[in-house]
Design a protein around this ligand. Structure first.
Ligand code: HEC
Length: 273
């Protein structure tokens, strides 16, 4: 996270105070469990603390959820409580989000998005494993898919819509922009955006080597499993392999999300679409 802060300071001097405040608060109240870099310490691990630098975790929470966690705590989470003002907590939330690839960075016109985690099994798992030409580890079989919709973007950025049938029903398939999944590349977080047709729309990573692999990946793939081939890049063969692995899981998980969405709108009157 140090590097991210440096970046914020370099481009956004007005925010420097906030970022510095957040970093001080983080050191004071969070490091004991979450570690300097967001990777849990031994204490944190023993309690089940997650990796905080995980964009899927952070993008999967609303600002309100994170603020409430920090201000009120939960049965499984301590709150610094009165030690934090609302502004402090807001600085910390910005700090947690800062530098991680975000939904808005991948789809600038995103107004709303959903987050849901899927576990691949049966034919979907078989197809994904055929594409990577090997077994997916148990933890690789589960992936959070963010479904992204355009519309009127709230000033605070795209809104995370909860898995509530009434609110989900208001998201119209016609405004669907695509899907986002998160993974890892060269030790840093990576975001992959898919178009509604499940081809790769965009890649985002702090690791500059991703741009070498991008030409072999962006625009490739599709809804038809036959269109999905392992990515091959002479310039970045290992990255291409890692990206194939993420795409194999992403395409199957996003296909399930798309089917669920189609089922939700099965009985919509045509003019409502
Ligand atoms: C005493 C150890 C401890 C401290 C101190 C602590 N955390 Fe945590 N944190 C945990 C554990 C354990 C979890 C996983 C259980 C949970 O989510 O309730 C967690 C989970 C989280 C999550 C994920 C929550 C979610 O919705 O999944 C966030 C975000 C987080 N912590 C941020 C912070 C921040 C920011 C601070 C400092 C203000 C902090 N934590 C201080 C132990 C700690």
């Amino acid at each position: 996270m140090e590097a991210l802060i440096a970046l914020v300071l370099a481009v956004e001097p007005l925010l420097a105070g906030d970022a510095r405040n957040a970093r001080d608060l983080y050191k004071l109240h969070c490091v004991a469990c979450h570690g300097e870099s967001g990777e849990p310490t031994a204490t944190g691990k023993s309690m089940g603390a997650p990796l905080l630098e995980d964009p899927a975790l952070i993008a999967g929470r609303t600002d309100d959820q994170l603020l409430s966690l920090l201000l009120k705590g939960t049965p499984s989470h301590p709150a610094p409580g009165t030690a934090l003002t609302l502004l402090d907590a807001a600085d910390l939330v910005a700090f947690l989000r800062g530098g991680l690839p975000s939904i808005a960075a991948l789809f600038p016109d995103a107004a709303a998005y959903t987050a849901k985690s899927y576990t691949l099994q049966g034919p979907a798992l078989k197809r994904a494993q055929a594409l990577v030409d090997g077994d997916l580890r148990p933890e690789e079989r589960t992936l959070t898919v963010f479904s992204v919709y355009s519309g009127e973007t709230p000033p605070t950025g795209p809104r995370l819509v909860p898995q509530d049938p009434v609110q989900l029903d208001e998201l119209k398939p016609a405004s669907k922009r695509g899907y986002v999944v998160f993974g890892w590349l060269g030790g840093g977080p990576l975001a992959m955006a898919l178009s509604p047709d499940l081809s790769v729309a965009r890649l985002l990573s702090q690791n500059p080597s991703v741009s070498k692999a991008a030409p072999a990946v962006v625009g490739k793939g599709g809804r038809e499993p036959a269109r999905r081939k392992a990515f091959v890049s002479k310039a970045a063969p290992d990255d291409a392999k890692a990206l194939t692995r993420l795409y194999a899981r992403a395409a199957e998980a996003a296909a399930i999300a798309a089917r669920e969405e189609a089922d939700r709108h099965l009985f919509d009157a045509p003019e409502k679409k």
